[in-house]
Design a protein around this ligand. Structure first.
Ligand SMILES: CC1=C(CCC(=O)O)c2cc3nc(cc4[nH]c(cc5[nH]c(cc1n2)c(C)c5CCC(=O)O)c(CCC(=O)O)c4C)C(CCC(=O)O)=C3C
Ligand SMILES: [Fe+2]
Length: 343
């Protein structure tokens, strides 16, 4: 008999970050994100302004809905027609409301797909806390068992979706010369204090090296493939992971690179932090430095990604031990102190 609960999973909860969907949403959304955090007021005003440039609408919710639809179809084609619910940490539909609905609908035990590939407080532990908080908030309504699926940064379909999309972008840029072309993978920066308590940075380095190896294989040349961070938000006095993508672009320009292919490996969809921080800010830095910048679409733009999500669900439903991974798969259940962080 299994300690984890004997019953089959009867639904999936798609758990994400959330984003504003109107001008009026922006400030309350940012208050939700930064509650209890040491983020300077000027930084929040700047970020609010960035959302206003898009009329206060982040595309993250719409992209999640599209991914859910695609995964639903994929599960159906595998004869695994589980209902998929959608909940967010920071905006509607709030995860605690969704979990309440699941309980009302009679769901007893569900798998949770979290829209982050890597291990860190923000991308792993905080989502597990969201799950625990949601169960507690609905204790009066009833009980439910929720199990998060493993982090998937080294799932071959995630890795190969990045390779496929990067090769496509490189070719549509006219396959520029190896001697003047550099690739830069990017991910959200986090405070060093947070980074020291998890494997976030080493996981990103792993994806960067995998991409370099496979790109060189696919393109038949060696390339400069660096890693950089983006979207830093703490006070300047607080150390965060570096280098910043803008500084990296300057550095590459000064070394004579005229084409830079930016690969967002840290996000799974083309939401605000991709469309603004890369397509607007980093692009401006590239123009100033005299560099042509090409931005690769995020992983969910490949059908391999949707197939991977279905695999992650299917591997937990089936009673066999297959866990596809390059190297060791992350465990199904995080250990107690995984990604722990306190300021
Ligand atoms: C690791 C990581 C991911 C990747 C994992 C994942 O996907 O979950 C991620 C995703 C995202 N971050 C997002 C937006 C924001 N993140 C902020 C602030 C912060 N992020 C952090 C880390 C991460 N963030 C951290 C350490 C902070 C400092 C405050 C804190 O410790 O919590 C702030 C506050 C203002 C500011 O930017 O300073 C905003 C608005 C959006 C939504 C975009 C949209 O609207 O489309 C998404 C997907
Ligand atoms: Fe963030």
């Amino acid at each position: 008999m299994s300690l984890r609960g004997e019953d089959a999973y009867d639904a999936v909860l798609w758990l994400s970050f959330g984003g504003p969907e109107s001008k009026e949403d922006v400030v309350p959304f940012l208050q939700n994100v930064t509650r209890g955090r040491n983020i300077p007021r000027e930084r929040l005003e700047l970020v609010a302004h960035q959302y206003y440039l898009f009329d206060g609408v982040s595309s993250i919710n719409e992209q999640n809905r599209a991914m859910i639809e695609a995964v639903r179809e994929e599960l159906k084609s595998r004869d695994l027609a589980l209902p998929i619910y959608f909940g967010n940490r920071n905006w509607h539909p709030y995860v605690e409301h969704t979990v309440g609905q699941m309980i009302t609908d009679g769901v007893k035990k569900a798998l949770v797909f979290v829209t982050s590939a890597y291990s860190s407080y923000s991308s792993c532990r905080q989502y597990r806390m969201d799950i625990a908080r949601s169960i507690e908030a609905n204790a009066d309504t009833g009980s439910i068992v929720l199990h998060k699926v493993r982090g998937f940064y080294n799932h071959p379909k995630f890795l190969n979706s990045l390779v496929e999309l990067t090769v496509m972008t490189f070719r549509s840029a006219g396959s520029p010369r190896p001697s003047t072309t550099a690739f830069v993978t990017t991910a959200h920066s986090i405070p060093l204090a947070m980074a020291s308590a998890c494997d976030y940075e080493s996981q990103l380095r792993f994806v960067n090296s995998y991409l370099k190896k496979e790109l060189e294989q696919a393109l038949g040349n060696t390339y400069r493939v660096d890693h950089a961070f983006q979207s830093r938000s703490g006070p300047p006095s607080q150390p965060w992971l570096e280098p910043d993508v803008g500084d990296k672009i300057d550095e590459l320009a000064s070394e004579g690179f005229s084409e830079v292919v930016v690969v967002p490996i840290g996000f799974i969809s083309d939401h605000q932090e991709v469309r603004y921080d890369l397509d607007t800010l980093a692009k401006e830095r590239a123009e100033t430095a005299g560099v042509n910048m090409y931005r690769v679409p995020t992983a969910s733009n490949s059908s391999l990604f949707i197939s991977m999500v279905a695999d992650l669900i299917e591997e937990r439903l089936a009673d066999h031990g297959t866990r596809l991974a390059v190297g060791a798969a992350l465990p199904d259940f995080c250990e107690e102190h995984c990604c722990l962080f306190s300021e």
